[in-house]
Design a binder for this molecule. Structure first.
Ligand SMILES: C[S@@+](CC[C@H](N)C(=O)[O-])C[C@H]1O[C@@H](n2cnc3c(N)ncnc32)[C@H](O)[C@@H]1O
Length: 331
């Protein structure tokens, strides 16, 4: 298998996601102050969907440094992602990056290679549950028959299926995190909403590839974003169902420019992101020879770059930030 297909180098091309993560700094600062009240012993933090950890270690370094000026309380961080995540890279990055939180005193880490659709930590053990750009991935990869972006599908049957599926997934995620959190612990999460330019771009490239006979109908369907951006009503519905378990501390939804400036560096990052994502998708769902896959990849990269240039290097995504506090069960 050619090296080109591994979903690798997430760290190298993830600066736009770091900028998005940093938007949670204030809410995280509040969650840390809250954790300090909840325990005078070790603060436990779970980082759901951490990928190769570069963004996490920079975010946490930035957040823990001011905290360390006033508190020496130990912190234990659990980075979580799928078992297939490149954990070797994660550990190396955490340990070797000059700006890592490990350079601060009394911070410890561990990792959990298991889907966050399971309970991954004991009951009542987590003071802060944290997740950036991961909870829009569903427990199963559902691809729309008519659009690369599931939320843009107009196929009635598919729409009904995915709305129900995504709702059940979100309820499941909230229930699992509820169990893991200590009473009054905070779940701080950020995930994508229904409008994701990357899906619109991918759809355009898919249609072109299909028209030119480069991919067949089934391959077109499989080359989707692989995630589902929920609408405000869908998120609100889940929060309403969970209102006796979680108090909403903060909620916002904004259209965030993942890229918004015309420059060479942005092109490099955009293409790196697309290459990683498409390479992973091609390997997973397109049964072809390595050479054919490389040709398909090249076609898509050229197309996506063309679309990116036509759109003046803009790439917008709806992003929610939601901070919830666990309401203790009545005993
Ligand atoms: C876009 S990356 C975000 C990485 C990092 N949090 C950041 O903001 O840079 C999404 C991550 O979520 C992970 N992910 C998706 N579904 C998951 C699941 N069911 N369990 C654990 N991790 C999952 C992916 O493997 C991927 O590493």
């Amino acid at each position: 298998m050619s090296e080109d297909y591994a979903f690798k180098d997430y760290n190298q091309y993830s600066s736009p996601q770091l900028a998005v993560m940093m938007r949670m700094s204030n809410a995280f600062h509040n969650a840390l102050n809250n954790a300090r009240i909840l325990t005078n012993s070790t603060i436990f933090i779970a980082d759901y969907g951490s990928s190769e950890c570069l963004n996490s270690l920079l975010f946490f370094k930035d957040s823990f440094a001011p905290f360390r000026e006033t508190s020496q309380q130990p912190i234990l961080l659990f980075h979580n992602d799928l078992p297939t995540n490149n954990w070797t890279k994660s550990f190396k990055t955490i340990l070797e990056h000059q700006n890592s939180y490990v350079n601060l005193p009394n911070i410890y880490f561990s990792s959990i290679g298991r889907s966050f659709f399971n309970q991954i930590l004991p009951d009542s053990s987590v003071h802060i549950g944290f997740s950036s750009l991961a909870f829009h991935f569903l427990s199963e990869d559902l691809c729309a028959p008519d659009h690369a972006l599931a939320s843009s599908s107009v196929d009635q049957e598919f729409k009904e299926r995915i709305v129900k599926f995504a709702h059940e997934d979100l309820i499941n995620l909230l229930e699992l995190r509820y169990k893991e959190l200590v009473d009054h612990g905070v779940l701080l999460m950020q995930f994508a909403g229904e409008n994701m330019d990357i899906g619109v771009y991918l759809h355009e490239a898919n249609e072109k590839a299909y028209e030119k006979g480069i991919i067949n109908r089934e391959e077109k369907r499989n080359l989707s974003t692989g995630s589902y951006g929920r609408t405000t009503e869908e998120v609100q519905r889940a929060l309403d169902i969970e209102r006796e378990k979680f108090k909403v501390l903060y909620i916002s939804k904004e259209k965030i420019p993942m890229f918004n400036e015309k420059n060479e560096k942005n092109i490099e990052v955009f293409l790196g992101l697309c290459r990683g994502f498409l390479g992973f998708k091609l390997q997973k769902s397109v049964r072809r020879t390595d050479e054919e896959r490389n040709q398909i990849l090249k076609f898509y990269i050229d197309e996506l770059l063309d679309i990116f240039e036509r759109r003046d290097h803009q790439l917008l995504t709806d992003i929610y930030i939601i901070s919830l506090e666990k309401i203790p069960k009545e005993r």
